[in-house]
Design a protein around this ligand. Structure first.
Ligand SMILES: NC(=O)c1ccc[n+]([C@@H]2O[C@H](COP(=O)([O-])OP(=O)(O)OC[C@H]3O[C@@H](n4cnc5c(N)ncnc54)[C@H](O)[C@@H]3O)[C@@H](O)[C@H]2O)c1
Length: 316
């Protein structure tokens, strides 16, 4: 059975991906790493690892005979705009370290997610094609485009089997999000369940692609399982589940919690980032090449969030 190493394992996606991977390959075959502790569960192996520490990274990969790396350590969009130099260092040098350690250690597969942030104001915003103009003007997006190209470079020139998707905003209930522009969706559920009013930092009609966490995990695992001969692309597959505006989500929550009050007050930094991202992506390449298909739409996501989140509300 293969040994898997996850970077950024304490984050929104990592904390759930680790559980999923543990179920597939066994608890002792998944090495969780982060600079922030993971809420420890029975038997989970956790190692403190800064992805900028290449030497320690390589030591860990050799010590555990790691065969797959899932690289989730990153600084997300809103947090990155507050500290662009830090974001550049972690998102770029961290990614380069992962790819190069994979190369020298003969790691068989690497997953590195990109984002809708890899697009920009000059990108066609509706049905955004798989291959199109990518000139983002926020530092997070700039690092995501460079990361996509670096992944392709390591596939083509270095023989590293690196794969990835362009995730939309991810909605989940287990771990608070880490400073992205789509965090409002989770914040809205938290406020509604606490019976508190919520003021959204995006305008009511800002349309963005979104996805529920179970679909995000499935996308990652399905792509990593895909037969490489069926892949024309390797990195940066557009994947989406539904298109959401803050007004549409508030109304969907109000169907279940009619007392929920949502106001809107745009934050110029996050509004500008959101306005530069697609309204809706075309994910046909992922559907054709490895059978991508989301299972949750807006209604089923809202129902499940309202059922699951109350048990975890104290973490938010
Ligand atoms: N969550 C989303 O909506 C979303 C959308 C698109 C793409 N993505 C991408 O998915 C990946 C995971 O995102 P997430 O939402 O889980 O992010 P997150 O912010 O919740 O988690 C990132 C983790 O990285 C860790 N980290 C930061 N600096 C580090 C360092 N130097 N060394 C090691 N670990 C470090 C943090 O402690 C954190 O636990 C990222 O590449 C992100 O760009 C996420």
């Amino acid at each position: 059975m293969s040994t898997i190493l996850v970077t950024g394992a304490s984050g929104q996606i990592g904390s759930e991906l680790v559980r999923e991977l543990q179920q597939r390959v066994g608890i002792s075959s998944v090495i969780s790493t982060d600079i922030k502790p993971l809420p420890l569960e029975n038997g989970t192996i956790f190692k403190k690892l800064d992805v900028l520490d290449r030497r320690k990274f390589e030591e860990l990969v050799r010590e555990y005979h790691v065969e797959e790396i899932y690289h989730l350590a990153a600084i997300l969009s809103a947090a990155a705009e507050k500290n662009p130099i830090l974001a550049w260092n972690i998102n770029m040098t961290g990614t380069l370290n992962v790819l190069d350690v994979a190369r020298v250690c003969g790691v068989s597969k690497v997953f590195i997610p990109s984002s809708i942030a890899a697009f920009g104001p000059s990108t066609p915003l509706d049905h955004t094609p798989q291959t199109t103009i990518q000139r983002p003007n926020a530092i997070y997006g700039i690092t995501k485009v460079a990361g996509e190209l670096l992944g392709d470079y390591y596939v083509e020139k270095m023989g590293v089997d690196c794969r990835g998707v362009r995730y939309p905003g991810i909605i989940s209930y287990l771990t608070p999000p880490g400073g992205g522009t789509t965090d409002y969706a989770i914040d809205m559920f938290v406020s509604a369940l606490r019976k508190e009013p919520y003021t959204c930092y995006l305008s009511p009609d800002t349309s963005l692609d979104m996805m529920y966490m179970p679909d995000a995990l499935r996308a990652c695992i399905q792509l990593m399982d895909a037969d490489s001969t069926s892949l024309l692309h390797h990195n940066a597959f557009n994947v989406t589940a539904f298109q959401l505006t803050p007004a549409r989500l508030a109304a969907a929550i109000q169907e279940y919690i009619p007392s929920f009050v949502c106001a809107f007050e745009s934050d110029p930094v996050r509004q500008a980032i959101a306005d530069s991202w697609p309204n809706s992506m075309d994910d046909q390449a992922a559907r054709t090449e490895w059978g991508w298909e989301p299972r949750f739409d807006l209604d089923s996501m809202v129902q499940d969030m309202l059922q699951q989140l109350p048990a975890h509300l104290s973490l938010f």
